[in-house]
Design a protein around this ligand. Structure first.
Ligand SMILES: *[C@@H]1O[C@H](CO)[C@@H](O)[C@H](O)[C@H]1NC(C)=O
Ligand SMILES: *[C@@H]1O[C@H](CO)[C@@H](O)[C@H](O)[C@H]1NC(C)=O
Length: 389
């Protein structure tokens, strides 16, 4: 039992990691450092493409010194800009685009007057750029520096950013992935808050993700591990059963809340449907609901149908766990949060898997002894079906 409790402590630690991941990524933007001793007063971790914007706003002359940083391979480009007249979209944006050719990074200023094939010729922007721009590429990320005069001396601006591939040093169209299509927000250079409908939607997507990852990705598998391994220890009977029910019930309640939010987000998303993610989500909910009802129909341990009920209960339960892991990865691919989340989930999955393997090894001899004892009893005619729950 001592091993078991340590392993459960490990699982709890992994859980904490997942919950702390968002804080860690918010600090990423604060702890960033810049060449030439540059520092900036404010920063914003953008919701997509792991990009960050750092700036210092000078109200006296309505300018902002900015640094835009976004990860990219050396065969990619990144861009950032403002859209003074065209709203939260690419069309009419005034942008800085960083790229490189033969290891030399350069930055281009241009206006995007076509969403299909913008000319990408160097142009004067519609707002002043008193200093810069300059660019550097290091540590797998571009950083663009410039000082801009905020159009209309307005501190709230429509901002856009993007990342895409290069071919022979020339800028190619960016991917049409959800993260690339959602890379726009309204930003207040004075307060540092980013606003806009897309942002509250993203916030709800993150809640949906965290709820479902905790429910289906942690609580339900932990409950299954408890049922499979703890009940082997006679001293853990019937505690394992109540722990199992507690994990599965809280997992189911949180999971249904997360699932409902997911359906709502899906119904609001006009034009884009993540069909596989949605279908797997519905399958998980249906199977899990079946498990809840199965509990009510559970035959007594002595009933001859209990054997079949067990097979059914286990196969549906394991299917839910496998489908959940698949769907959490699908969800991470849709949301494309900073890489910390995916790593945290992989760590949790590996921890739960490791715990299961260890417990399998620890409980295997005990289970064999128990089965043998039960078989002896059965052959002596003193007991019938002795299948566990
Ligand atoms: C810009 O607006 C700020 C107040 O928001 C004001 O103090 C400043 O004088 C204005 N600057 C220019 C150049 O108009
Ligand atoms: C704007 O004002 C700040 C602070 O006074 C100053 O450091 C900066 O050089 C000014 N920028 C321009 C373009 O005048």
């Amino acid at each position: 039992m001592a091993h078991t409790s340590w392993l459960l402590v490990g699982a709890a630690a992994a859980m904490l990691l997942l919950l702390l991941a968002p804080t860690a990524t918010a600090q990423d933007c604060l702890s960033a450092t810049f060449s030439g001793g540059r520092t900036f007063g404010k920063c914003n971790s953008m919701p997509t493409l792991s990009a960050t914007l750092h700036w210092t706003y000078h109200p006296e002359n309505g300018t902002a010194d900015i640094a835009f940083r976004a990860p990219s391979s050396s065969s990619g480009w990144v861009g950032w800009g403002l859209n003074p007249t065209g709203g939260l979209s690419m069309l009419h944006s005034n942008v800085f685009i960083a790229s490189q050719s033969s290891g030399v990074a350069s930055v281009l200023m241009t206006k995007l007057e076509s969403t299909v094939s913008p000319s990408l010729q160097p142009e004067t922007l519609s707002f002043g750029v008193p200093v810069g721009p300059t660019v550097e590429y290091s540590g797998g990320a571009y950083t663009i520096y410039a000082t801009i005069k905020l159009p209309g001396n307005n501190t709230v601006q429509n901002t856009v950013w993007q990342a895409g591939p290069l071919s022979g040093g020339s800028i190619q169209q960016h991917p049409q992935a959800p993260a690339n299509l959602a890379s726009t927000q309204s930003l207040d250079f004075l307060s540092g808050t980013s606003i806009g409908p897309s942002n509250s939607r993203l916030h709800r997507k993150n809640i949906h993700g965290v709820l479902n990852a905790v429910a289906w990705g942690i609580l339900i598998p932990t409950g299954a591990i408890i049922a499979r391994y703890l009940r082997v220890f006679e001293s853990a009977d019937p505690a394992w059963f109540y722990l199992h029910i507690a994990c599965q019930c809280s997992g189911y309640i949180l999971g249904v809340a997360g699932w409902g939010l997911g359906l709502k987000l899906g119904s609001e998303s006009v034009g884009i449907t993540y069909q596989p993610h949605r279908n797997i989500g519905i399958a998980i909910f249906s199977l899990a609901t079946l498990q809840v009802f199965a509990l009510l129909l559970r035959p007594d341990t002595k009933n001859k149908y209990r054997f079949y009920w067990n097979i059914y209960h286990h196969s549906v339960g394991y299917s839910v766990i496998v489908l959940s892991a698949i769907n959490i990865f699908k969800g991470l691919d849709i949301l494309q949060p900073s890489s910390g989340y995916k790593t945290a989930y992989i760590v949790i999955l590996a921890t739960l898997g490791g715990i299961a393997v260890c417990l399998e090894a620890i409980t295997w001899p005990i289970a064999i002894r128990k089965r043998k004892r039960d078989a002896d009893k059965a052959s002596n005619g003193t007991a019938g079906w002795q299948q566990g729950a």
